[in-house]
Design a protein around this ligand. Structure first.
Ligand code: G3P
Ligand code: CA
Length: 279
């Protein structure tokens, strides 16, 4: 009798142990528990909602706010320098006048880009931040559709070891530009920005073709829904969405809920807070 009670006690202990273990395992390893979501945050022209775009102030703020990348638009000056500026001309972002391609670097440097900041060359930005951040750089064709910046840019990136240290992503709306970069160096991660018509007509053939040289696509968030994300992921590509400034606040949460892989942001700290609130 004593032995039977002892045996039952042992069986009880074993069974409770199993049930406790199963319970813990169910919590820890449950397939239904959503993993934490950590999309890339790409500081669009720096933290450009808070500081003048493409300036040292804007990039410093983005890095302080722990953006994964600082985003840089490139243009070429009359004397063939690559500078960080979005528009064809300087009117919107500086107190100067004229097209970038008609101005020399020293002429551009005289303009105030906001809060006393100066227009920067890509090399000045890299010298300032080195390997302390990652760079998400946009190439474009010149005003006549020529490719003028790809080799020069790659040379600068190599000079500062940014490619071997995996500190750079290059992006473009120009397939021609990305293909040229890919032909020079197949290791550089490329993002094909998509025009609005391309997003509306996105299909598996087009995505397959993009996949031959790029690892991600960049559509405007206003055109992205669940089916866009599914199509892109089915093609084994990542999706990084950008915003029209006026829509960013409204659409960022929607894009977070769609679990896109990267978000451009004019205010990385704000975007980070939204992501954290979704985890
Ligand atoms: O580079 C992605 C996004 O910046 C594209 O729009 O016009 O701001 O360069 P834009
Ligand atoms: Ca851009």
């Amino acid at each position: 009798m004593k032995n039977t009670i002892y045996l039952l006690f042992i069986v009880f202990i074993i069974l409770s142990g199993c049930s406790t273990y199963s319970g813990t395992a169910a919590v820890k390893g449950s397939p239904s528990k959503t993993p934490a979501y950590h999309p890339l945050i790409i500081a669009h022209r720096g933290a450009s909602a808070l500081e003048p775009e493409h300036t040292l102030l804007s990039y410093k703020r983005a890095i302080k706010d722990k953006a994964d990348f600082i985003e840089i638009d490139l243009r070429q000056t009359k004397d063939h320098e690559l500078v960080a500026i979005h528009d064809k001309d300087v009117e919107r972002t500086t107190n100067g006048k004229g097209k970038i391609q008609d101005l020399t670097l020293s002429q551009l440097k005289k303009f105030n880009a906001g809060k006393g900041q100066r227009v920067l060359t890509i090399e000045e930005i890299i010298k300032e931040f080195g390997l302390s951040t990652k760079y998400y750089i946009e190439t474009r064709e010149d005003n006549s559709g020529n490719l003028v910046m790809e080799q020069k840019l790659i040379d600068i990136l190599n000079k500062y070891n940014l490619l071997t240290e995996h500190k750079v992503v290059l992006q473009s709306f120009s397939e021609k530009s990305l293909k040229k970069i890919h032909s020079i160096n197949k290791e550089i991660p490329l993002v094909r920005l998509l025009g609005d018509d391309e997003v509306n007509d996105l299909n598996s053939d087009k995505l397959k073709q993009i996949k031959s040289y790029a690892y991600a696509v960049g559509p405007n968030a206003k055109l992205v829904d669940k089916s866009t994300v599914e199509k892109v992921h089915a093609a084994n590509l990542k999706i990084h969405v950008f915003f029209d400034a006026e829509n960013e606040k409204k659409q960022t949460m929607k894009m977070i809920n769609l679990r896109v892989d990267g978000l451009f942001s004019n205010n990385p700290a704000y975007t980070k807070r939204l992501i954290n609130s979704s985890n």
